[in-house]
Design a protein around this ligand. Structure first.
Ligand SMILES: [Zn+2]
Length: 99
């Protein structure tokens, strides 16, 4: 008869390190910045005037600094799409200001 050897791991009473200063994420008011963009403009089909469009097929951006409506931009974004109503293809241009 063999007595089953119980392996007892010594329990060192480990205290959980008390996180007194819980830091979550970024400190407020740091790196994230909202930049003014001219993005929310609705683009219209030049053929039928509809603003319904298919999802953008392709997007390219060109680094180009300039000004538009008094706001400076650093990039020109081109998005290829087509009209959902009549199928007219078009390229939506937006100007973005980035750092
Ligand atoms: Zn159209």
């Amino acid at each position: 008869m063999s007595t089953p050897t119980k392996k007892t791991t010594p329990r060192t009473a480990k205290k959980k390190p008390v996180a007194s200063k819980t830091r979550r994420g970024r400190p407020k008011g740091a790196a994230t910045q909202t930049l003014p963009t001219a993005q929310s403009q609705l683009t219209r089909c030049r053929k039928c005037g509809s603003t319904d469009r298919t999802p953008y097929r392709r997007t390219t951006e060109t680094s180009h600094a300039g000004q538009k409506h008094g706001e400076s931009y650093t990039h020109i974004i081109r998005r290829w799409t087509s009209c959902q109503a009549c199928g007219q293809a078009r390229v939506d241009l937006t100007h973005e200001n980035r750092l």
